[in-house]
Design a protein around this ligand. Structure first.
Ligand code: C2O
Ligand code: CU
Ligand code: CU
Length: 529
């Protein structure tokens, strides 16, 4: 991959998402003055700024009808708009998923989050560039009956982000019980493209779940192995429903896909081999669309697909499927671990979504060949550090670790402190550092960094693991801005990251939620220069 743009600091600020502050309504600009020059934590949380949207968001226990017969007990988010545009939240009827937030870059939002669950929780805004104190760090959990007041300015590029709980050790079960929702950001650059919108812009959240005979969710009943490997369910759900199908006209659609599963990896493709037209990734629109035979999507990753159903016959039925791949294998332990006790083993082929094509046809729709502008970060700009920073995801004494350490709530070691304003090269490595019986345990780790979007510049894989890597590599989408990347066994991924605007405590962790809950997570601290 060749990226040879030199990025100046000013250019980066403009591209990295602060565009919004200069392009939103005049009212906002005159109220806050030119923010770009001295953005700091104080400026962005300053109470002087008018709030465009005020929402009451609650996490509570509930029931929902997923199957006929007995309703399913779930935990869910529900929202009420106190002030602002009433179309800022949308609910998916009957789904346990939280409301979809539809926000605009530059908007100031205030979210009063109320915990009505029988345990502690906190919300994290996955992919959003917000001050550390608004990021939903596990140290900020609140008890039942308490309220956490979030307030921040949407500074991200247009894209598909999401929100979910982040209490340490309980993220897996809470997300599993139903707590997750999409946060969709739009901006002027995107709106000018005229991409499919409204009913032609379809969010698809893919998850896997296991239900018992009474239609109740079952989490990790197979205990130890499940906690070690991650949860894999018996059924694939889309937007909270099994056997999901959509009826479409023969025209262009925008599909926004989130892998909202605890640990399952998907290798998404059309069942007839039609390539996927990818228009966006974690951090929003690509510069240009790209066509891939399939896309590999680890937990928490997003991808947006532009598809013209006019290419298929009227009344046809097509499927979005997950293609087979090598799976997370453990040499010598295949019999025991190979399928993780799931009827849909890791790496199996299965159906995800059924698309029923209608008769109404709208010919002639084309995908714009330029989608957005942004600059590539340049490795030469990481000059302030002599060597890249390493993050080794591995196993130590039967525990998932990062640089041989487990998560500790407020602990930060020297090599986890960075400086605001710096750009760095990070090498994220999936390394076998185990011992004893588990020494050979190798799994892909979907690595996520809080608060910032980064760019991928290089992947390298050890020869020993090349065969696993080859089974998914063509579907890696390393263009654009990312906040989560799948790091395969024996792989090293080099990324560029720049610590803009905010200081404070953020997280880097594995987004296999069972790995995260067990401590495959570390703080990193952004300090002032
Ligand atoms: Cu989506 Cu720290 O997580
Ligand atoms: Cu995050
Ligand atoms: Cu992991």
């Amino acid at each position: 991959m060749k990226k040879n743009y030199k990025v100046s600091r000013r250019e980066f600020l403009r591209m990295a998402g602060l565009t919004a502050l200069t392009t939103i309504s005049g009212k906002f600009i005159s109220a806050c003055g030119p923010l770009i020059q001295n953005l700091g934590n104080d400026e962005l949380v300053s109470p002087r700024q008018p709030v465009d949207l005020h929402i009451n968001l609650k996490a509570r226990t509930d029931q929902t009808q997923i199957f006929s017969g007995q309703p399913t007990n779930v935990w869910r988010y529900s929202a009420e708009i106190l002030s602002g545009n009433s179309s800022s939240t949308q609910t998916i009827p009957g789904s346990y998923l939280g409301p979809i937030f539809r926000l605009n870059s530059g908007q100031r939002v205030k979210i009063d989050f109320e915990n009505d669950l029988p345990e502690e929780t906190i919300i994290h805004w996955h992919g959003m560039h917000v001050p550390a104190e608004m990021d939903g760090h596990p140290k900020d959990v609140i008890r039942r009956g308490n309220v956490f007041n979030y307030e921040y300015t949407i500074s991200n590029r247009a894209g598909t982000y999401w929100y979910h709980p982040h209490p340490h050790g309980r993220t897996g079960p809470q997300v599993y019980a139903g707590l997750a929702g999409l946060l969709i950001v739009s901006d002027e650059q995107e709106q000018a493209l005229g991409l499919p919108s409204g009913e032609y812009d379809i969010p698809l959240v893919i998850q896997d779940r296991t239900f018992d005979q009474d239609n109740q969710l079952v989490y990790l009943s197979n205990s130890m192995m499940g906690t070690m490997t991650g949860f894999l369910g018996n059924q694939i759900l889309v937007n909270g429903f099994p056997d999901y199908s959509i009826s479409v006209d023969r025209r262009a659609y925008r599909l926004r896909i989130l892998n909202g599963s605890n640990s399952r990896i998907y290798k998404l493709a059309w069942d007839d081999g039609t390539p996927l037209n990818i228009i966006a990734t974690d951090g929003g629109l690509l510069q240009k669309p790209i066509s891939l035979p399939y896309v590999t999507l680890g937990p928490a990753e997003r991808v947006e697909i532009w598809v013209n159903f006019n290419q298929w016959a009227a009344d046809a039925e097509h499927h979005l499927i997950s293609l087979p791949w090598a799976g997370n294998s453990t040499p010598g332990m295949d019999g025991m671990m190979g399928n993780y006790f799931s009827p849909i083993p890791d790496g199996a082929e299965f159906e995800i979504l059924r698309v029923l094509i209608g008769e109404k046809s709208f010919p002639g729709e084309v995908l714009p060949d330029q989608l957005s502008t942004y600059s590539w970060l340049d490795e030469l700009d990481s000059i302030n550090r002599k060597s890249p920073r390493n993050w080794e995801f591995g196993m130590n004494r039967m525990q998932w670790t990062i640089n041989n350490r487990m998560f500790e709530m407020e602990q930060v070691t020297k090599d986890e402190i960075v400086r605001k304003g710096d750009q760095e090269t990070w090498i994220i490595e999936n390394r076998n550092s185990g011992m004893g019986m588990m020494g050979g345990m190798q799994m892909a780790h979907p690595v996520h960094i809080h608060g910032l979007q980064f760019q991928v510049i290089e992947r390298q894989v050890e020869r020993e693991f090349e065969w696993v890597w080859q089974s998914v590599a063509e579907g890696f989408l390393d263009l654009g801005w990312k906040d989560t990347i799948l790091v395969m066994p024996g792989e090293r991924v080099k990324v560029l990251i720049r610590f803009e605007d905010f200081m404070g405590l953020y997280l880097i962790h594995c987004h296999n939620l069972e790995h995260e809950d067990q401590g495959m997570m570390r703080n990193f601290l952004i300090e002032s220069i």
